[in-house]
Design a protein around this ligand. Sequence first.
Ligand code: AMP
Length: 282
Amino acid sequence: MKIATKISEVRAQVREWKMQGLTVGLVPTMGYLHEGHASLVRKSVSMCDRTVASVFVNPTQFGPNEDLDTYPRDFDHDCALLEKEGCDMVFHPDPSEMYPEGFCTYVENLSDMPKTLCGKTRPIHFRGVCTVVSKLFHIVTPDKAFFGQKDAQQLAIVRRMVADLSFGIEIVGCPIVREEDGLAKSSRNTYLSPEERKAALVLSKAVFLGQKMIREGQKDADAIVAAQRELIMKEPLARIDYVSAVDGSTLEPVKEVKKDVLFAMAVYIGKTRLIDNFSVEA
Ligand code: AMP
């Protein structure tokens, strides 16, 4: 597996692949990789001739009081995981490579999509995401790019951006990978103390409760959200940021349960903010 730290190295390698008629998949990540990331890489390897993963803790998507400096990093472990999954190149730039001095051009969705859900507490987050993902798309010029449903708001906003700006890249959404006990895998789970790790199960329990209510015929989205909130509030270490039902594409609030409605939540467990969600399938 090739390790590239410079944009020019990525471009040269991708040019070579394209001259051979090979297709390229991109898996953007912030590193500290786990089985959730691995599932994206596997999907790309299965659908594309070559796979590029990026490992970059993107400073522009972190707010001033967020965990940019403490975000977990282990590049050697990341490389070992990527190589094992059949990744062909990892792009691991310095922040100065991505954001040269004088950087002042951003990509921003001007609708309410980045203002709702996580955007309420993270007002600049999706501007940073759209900007870095645009840059990665320009650098790697992939045929397909792979994103987790775990970050459902990010996935919806990236899909919107790709349509609006005519990137001509297929966005492939991949299912949430969970720990055996249900907790959605996340690099941030490492922040949890053993006691918090147990308490964090309220998120997946709330997801499973919502899914069960729908299987049993509940059509009122508010009733599901209310039941999820009630369950989460019983956990003393949990503090709800939001629990919402929205349209999975537009992220506008919905009242009725139907296909593609997204039930999403963010919950603080101690100081750690965790997210989880599910989409209505049929
Ligand atoms: P991150 O490194 O947290 O920025 O995540 C990089 C990509 O991996 C994003 O598209 C995430 O949605 C995806 N991802 C993170 N955790 C999971 C998971 N548990 N299951 C599936 N995809 C995930």
